[in-house]
Write a protein that binds this ligand. Sequence first.
Ligand SMILES: [Zn+2]
Length: 221
Amino acid sequence: MTVGVHFLSKSRSYQLFGEIYPRINTTQKVVALTFDDGPTEKVDSVLSILDAKNIKATFFLTGNSIQNRLSETKKIVLAGHEIGNHSYSHNRLIFKSYQSISEEIEKTDSLIRKAGYLQEIHFRPPHGKKLLVLPYYMKRNDRKTIMWDVAPESIPEIANDSKKLANHVIENSKNGSIILMHVMYKGRATSLESLNDIIEGLKNKGFEFKTVSEIINYENT
Ligand SMILES: [Zn+2]
């Protein structure tokens, strides 16, 4: 039972209810760059890199950070990037009641709307954790859970070297990959530094960058 619960809570490709995407099944050369957490004081730096490379990314933001930095959130929206919901508090949403899960998600949705974002809002569970009630909420509310298949920062040997981070992403991204990075943190300066190389490297391999909503449309193409 313990093993089952642990597996379910962290599985990137399986949950009991609702649609979950660790990557997109496609033969097209498309990838999605996604950033978790924030917004923080790093927003301008991230946006200027994306702008210089002329690509759009998806930002999974937490409600409490949006509340503290509404103007930065608006900048992300105005720059044409996608905003996703990453919960309000960033606490693990396993073993939580339906009520508290809906509050976490709906409070964050309304803050995202307050920042002027009009498109469909996808969700990524904080810490990548979900079990029973969260997937059930997603299914009941017809929401998609977005995970990832490329997460270089989770590999300790390369996490603090921007070149190695970039090489890992360039070598391991496939058609339909969803790349996860945490560029919003001061402590993740290497991640921010690796962005240019990641984007250039994947472009050189012929990949196009899509937002999460865009890349979902490539499923089974
Ligand atoms: Zn997170």
